[in-house]
Design a protein around this ligand. Sequence first.
Ligand SMILES: [Zn+2]
Length: 155
Amino acid sequence: MENKSIYEEIFEKPCSVCGEKIKKDIYEQGDCPYCKWKNNHFADINPNIVLYPNLISLNKAKKLYSEGKPFEPDLDEFMEALHSYSEMQFEYNGAYYAVELVYDKNKKLVISLYNSQTKESTIFNEDEDFKNNAKVEGKLLQDIWNDTTDRYWLQ
Ligand SMILES: [Zn+2]
């Protein structure tokens, strides 16, 4: 008898994005060393939704992979990730920003943009308000999104 439980067993299976044989556990979890996709069962059964720990959907990853592009979220995907995780971050011009879902004093869910350098927060009513009006260094976030880095779950 083996002592190892089935839950610790590792299987050789194809990556859901690039198809290379990688190591996956019983939950289909396994980081792909080839394309960098974080394989998991929930992404496999919800291919059009942004789900932790990835910042883009499985189908978007397949598309970007086929185009030879990195798995970077656009602003819409970043907002989708925000709603699944509540706390996100990005870096711009050396400063880190936190984007968080918070409750205002009227117990309404709003979006907070926090500048870790100035310690200032700006509040937005909902996604459209954030996407259209959020600014960093006086520039609209949607205009400089491609210049941001380290877009990720808040660390
Ligand atoms: Zn892969």
